[in-house]
Design a protein around this ligand. Structure first.
Ligand code: PMV
Length: 364
């Protein structure tokens, strides 16, 4: 089969090859931070609106998967997280494997042993679903590539993103970098609800080495899972307006990427962050994920920007941590400011100075 069509459909991702083989594959995959946010989905992990993110480099998950021809009638899945067999994450992973078996016929012939670990502290409050699901999907698709009839590279890249998406929507955007788009948009040819695409070309050089400092305000487990948050959008009175605004923000961001206008970038990223939190506040039941120190940091960032005119902006995930975005050229004064004025609002001064990266990388 030839996969030269830029738009692929679900059926294209079914691997019918039924081989039996021994082997081990290992991949690192990073976290990402959305600029235009995904918040609200339809059946089968189809997003209500397209989203764009920066792929990060320093916070990543390493996953290895060992495949052996199965010993018993049913294949066995063992999951080890940070050297702990039967970690609670294991249930989610086993359910995920059973849901994606239809895309990898060979999985029925193998026992698999998955080992996964994060290089960032487990209790940092950094969402690990994007990095963990994208590293696992990279391993599964890589094993297919090593053993089945060969297809074009772009097929495997799309399939990694397609499979990662089924585990966690935002994970679809961690396969490539530094800038990716997931979700169908009139602004980008080749965009799809099924997988993310790399949109790093035609981007002003100011964005090539953008920085992302993550300030850990509260490392606690989130009070609400993002899947519940997405579901609540079905009933949210502002949801349709939100989906329209997000679609429009994709085309605005495309222009900003081209022009390099940082005032517009700041305006768009901050408004996106506050908009998804306003949707959480207006859901029923509502939920408040920002903490007093989240607002303290935001306030200090706005004052610093007013006084220095330096192009720093904030964005937020579904949590209380603050992500600060700024060009590499102003890294020194901004990191000094963070250290002098903002770390006091972080839990035990925890922070990570991250920057843009290229996505999943093969180790073995
Ligand atoms: O991938 P999920 O289901 O954990 O949702 C992620 C949602 C946000 O992080 C809030 C936004 C985004 O686009 O990453």
């Amino acid at each position: 089969m030839i996969f030269n069509n830029i738009y692929m459909i679900e059926q294209d991702f079914v691997c019918f090859d039924d081989f039996e083989s021994n082997g081990i594959v290992k991949w690192n995959s990073p976290s990402n931070i959305a600029l235009v946010k995904y918040w609200g989905k339809k059946e089968n992990q189809i997003p209500q609106n397209p989203s764009i993110s920066f792929t990060l480099s320093k916070c990543y998950t390493s996953t290895s998967v060992e495949f052996k021809p199965k010993k018993n009638k049913d294949s066995d899945v063992v999951f080890e997280f940070e050297n702990e067999i039967n970690h609670p994450f294991g249930q989610k992973i086993k359910l995920f494997i059973s849901e994606i078996e239809k895309y990898f016929k060979f999985l029925n012939n193998h026992d698999i042993h998955i080992k996964s670990k994060n290089n960032f502290p487990h209790s940092s409050g950094i969402a690990s679903s994007a990095s963990s699901m994208s590293s696992l999907s990279s391993c599964l698709v890589d094993f297919e590539l090593l053993n089945s009839k060969s297809k074009e590279d772009s097929y495997y890249t799309k399939k990694k993103s397609f499979i990662a998406r089924l585990g966690s929507g935002s994970a679809s955007r961690s396969i490539e970098g530094p800038i990716t788009l997931w979700g169908s948009s009139n602004s980008y040819l080749g965009s799809s609800d099924l997988y993310a695409i790399n949109i790093s070309d035609d981007v002003n050089k100011v964005f090539h080495d953008y920085q992302n400092s993550i300030l850990i305000i509260d490392p606690g487990v989130k009070k609400i899972s993002s899947s519940i948050g997405h579901k609540l959008m079905n009933e949210n009175p502002f949801s349709n307006t939100r989906f329209d605004l997000a679609r429009n923000n994709i085309s605005r961001l495309k222009e900003i990427f081209k022009s390099g206008h940082l005032d517009d970038f700041i305006n768009l990223t901050e408004s996106e962050a506050l908009m998804i939190h306003s949707l959480m506040l207006s859901s029923n039941p509502y939920f408040i994920l920002m903490k007093p120190n989240t607002l303290e940091v935001i306030q200090r960032v706005l004052e610093f920007r007013r006084d220095t005119k330096l192009p720093i902006s904030f964005t937020l995930d579904a949590g209380s941590n603050v992500h600060l975005l700024y060009p590499n050229s102003v890294k020194e004064p901004i990191q000094k400011f963070i250290e002098a004025d903002l770390l006091k609002f972080c839990k035990s001064k925890t922070h990570i100075h991250d920057s843009l990266g290229i996505g999943s990388e093969k180790l073995i």
